[in-house]
Design a protein around this ligand. Structure first.
Ligand SMILES: [Zn+2]
Length: 319
């Protein structure tokens, strides 16, 4: 090889090498990434209902984004019935696993719609409807979920988090959930955390908050900690339909101010462009499950499409 050819070759190698190195750097979670967000979803779909805009905006500015599905969404009999076309009282473990697979697939598709990668979805695989029981457990007993009959973490379209890191699933125990969260926060060292609010009407959503809060405290987390609201009480959101031109509102319902237990206006309001609101709608529509007896389920999820997303900072005063 002549000297000239070598130089050309080196030049072209460098030309290719630089982008490949950059790609490799982005492909691995970096513990010191200066801009890294983690969105915790108690069930597959909460991440886009609450944070689709946040995810899009973070990806657009080059931040590292991870979405963590804490449960598999596998404890919803009316949805298992809708997906498998069976009466609600006849669905069994296989039907709940069918639902679980579908919901994981939908989360992956939704994330890709927002510009994320399949690899940015982390599936913890804990039991839907048992997160509160796990948090309240005082003896660290192993739970067996009543719907799937599973007693350890699993995922169906990829490895669950614990198996991918430790080579085997984690038992459904309080210490497993907390341990996985502590490990994940230690590895990723995010600069922003998003999780459902403690005032949420769904016990899994409240327990997700308690677990993530405890894990953040355990690792001495110093970044931003935001909560989002899905099942606000006594009713939420307002206006209760798709309104990409309007902001979220607080309203009085039966003499009570909604959302209950939260300051209004919320401490953080993040505007969405019309294009972002449209893409948020598409990501919610990727989560499309027929739910027996709840014909308005999809419409209710889509009503979170507004001209903004809103967040609270419950830990700000205590830290
Ligand atoms: Zn949920």
């Amino acid at each position: 090889m002549s000297h000239n050819r070598l130089r050309v070759c080196l030049k072209s190698t460098l030309l290719f090498a630089i982008p490949i190195c950059l790609l490799a750097a982005f492909a691995q979670p970096s513990p010191t990434h200066p801009d890294s967000i983690v969105v915790f979803a108690p069930h597959p779909d909460d991440e886009v209902i609450g944070c689709a805009g946040i995810i899009m905006q973070a990806l657009a500015r080059g931040a590292q984004v991870k979405v963590v599905a804490i449960t598999n969404g596998d404890g919803f009999p009316a949805a298992a019935a809708g997906v498998t076309h069976k009466p609600v009282d006849q669905v069994g473990p296989d039907d709940f696993l069918t639902l679980s697979r579908l919901r994981q697939t939908e989360s992956r598709t939704a994330l890709e719609i927002l510009g994320g990668r399949a690899a940015d979805l982390i599936v913890f695989g804990y039991p839907d409807s048992d997160l509160g029981n796990l948090y309240d457990s005082t003896d660290d007993k192993v739970f067996r979920q009543q719907f799937t009959k599973k007693n350890e973490t699993y995922a169906l379209i990829q490895k669950d988090y614990h198996t991918s890191v430790h080579g085997k699933p984690a038992p459904y125990q309080r210490s497993s959930v907390l341990g996985d969260l502590v490990e994940l926060l230690t590895t990723l060292q995010p600069t922003e955390i998003y999780v459902t609010d403690e005032t949420d009407g769904h016990i899994d959503h409240r327990a997700a908050f308690w677990f993530v809060r405890d894990a953040a405290r355990q690792v001495g987390y110093k970044g931003a900690f935001y909560t989002y609201l899905v099942h606000g009480l006594p009713s939420w959101p307002f206006p209760p339909e798709i309104t990409p031109n309007l902001r979220f509102e607080s309203r009085k319902v039966d003499g009570e101010v909604a959302p209950r237990g939260l300051p209004w206006p919320p401490p953080r309001r993040v505007p969405l462009t019309r294009e972002q609101a449209q893409r948020k709608l598409e990501s919610i529509q990727a989560h499309n499950i027929p739910v027996v007896g709840l014909p308005d389920h999809q419409k209710e999820m889509e009503s979170f499409v507004k001209s903004e997303e809103v967040f609270w900072t419950p830990l700000a005063r205590s830290r």
